[in-house]
Ligand binder design. Sequence first.
Ligand code: MCA
Ligand code: AMP
Length: 497
Amino acid sequence: MQALLSRAELFRERIAILSEGSRYTYSQLIDQSAMVAAHLLEGQRDLHESRIAFLIDPSFAYTAVQWGIWQAGGIAVPLCVLHPLDSIRYVLQDAEIGQVVVSQAHLAFLSPVLDELGIRVLEYESLDATIQIADAAPIEENRKAMILYTSGTTSSPKGVVTTHGTIRFQIKSLVDVWGWSEDDHILNILPLHHVHGIINVMSCALWSGACCEFLPKFDVQQVWDVFRTERLSLFMAVPTIYYKLIQYWQSQPVAVQQAMSASCQSFRLMVSGSAALPVPVLEQWEQISGQRLLERYGMTEVGMALSNPYQAERRPGHVGQPLPGVQIRLADSFDQELASGEQGEIQIKGPNVFLEYWNKPDATQSSFTADGWFRSGDIAVVSDGYYQILGRSSIDIIKSGGYKVSALEIESVLLSHPDVLQAGVLGVPDDEWGELIVAALVSRTKQPDLKSIERLVSEKLPSYKKPRRYLMVDDLPKNTIGKVTKHKLKSLFILDQ
Ligand code: MCA
Ligand code: AMP
């Protein structure tokens, strides 16, 4: 935090954020975050890593609250504005949240669960702007800064804890290799409860003295409208977003297409990540925009680890080389490093790696090898120094629209419906979403009420975790020890298309 704040001091008069039609300088960001910190501290000097959640759309307010929590010595826990109350309740309880800052827009939605859990609530718009922080304690780099929730091979998401030092390293490494400067202007259309939006876009911009412009939510036409102002120099998104931008471009008359393509000349760099970028998407985008996408690879637990070069060859279908200071090896199932050319699990070491899963020492321990390498679960191969992601070791982790989703989490919701006897969830390949979430169900009754099953899923899970196709089967395929064989199940869906 200290590093981000001292950087911001260098750019006081520059525009830090464009949001909701207003411009905010770095001075305003510094002052507003100090005001938030004062309200959280209530006269104390340090929150001593108390967890502070916040539910605010991507905007100046979001950033001011995040920085305010950090200045006050709290751990920032961003809540997802797309999540239903059940998912939010889970995070509030799991992270043992002490206080919540919420914008007026989300207050009525959140209030019942805050009352139920007895959590102190601060309504952002009602904070008294005359109160300022008096004497906050300095925040050392090894202190915990943020918890982001990520899905894994367990049914409940885990809180990934990073320190101020980890975050500084993650930001600085991208600022250096991708050549960020105060002249940059980036559009953020990503959700702000994941590394991609928080670190790669927002924090790199603010570290650099650049301008970060927010749209509260992705909207393909609005993104093209902002492109056409030609004020942007950088854009970062998941492959699904590039797919949608291409589709929209294709739907326009030729003269408009030409103007849209011409507007892409203002960019110096466009990046894709969070999921595999299909080569046809890279090629089509290059034809439309003249921009060769830079693909990189990351993970909530490690920030960014591999990146195609900014200046040299960006190889389609590959995620590039290790970032400076990040160690990468490919290992077999016994955690033995493999020879060059062999396929294995990506394992990672370095100052970019997270500290722990919140309150889950066993999960933390098992995610590292005995000699301290983080096990990513992603399988890759290297040729000429360029890494290529081949898949994941677990079929229970799905990537849809750039979101990581646990099949087990969805299955446990489906199984809580009285009509469902067995449930098997997985991802099937899809041009737009990367993977489409599908579910096979064995029903207890002759006529299962699919509408009410879908209602239950919508109540318990955000839209991006919803199965998009259901298949009713008599039994799920299982192996000799009774475990569902998901690969066989997957072929049922592919045959059924
Ligand atoms: C939404 N829809 C879907 C899905 N999501 N259909 C199939 N599969 C899905 N996954 C449908 C909705 O039901 C709706 O349909 C329509 O699409 C629009 O829904 P909406 O929610 O408005 O979607 P959207 O705004 O268009 O969302 C697409 C999106 C979003 C912008 C690509 O998924 C997104 O923001 N993804 C980015 C996630 C991200 O930042 N991941 C980074 C984590 P109907 O109208 O018919 O109901 S990974 C990370 O941080 C690591 C470190 C890394 O490497 O980056
Ligand atoms: P998350 O935990 O949501 O941060 O998702 C991290 C996962 O996204 C990684 O473990 C990979 O499986 C996947 N991922 C991120 N970037 C890429 C990429 N460029 N190509 C393929 N998979 C990716």
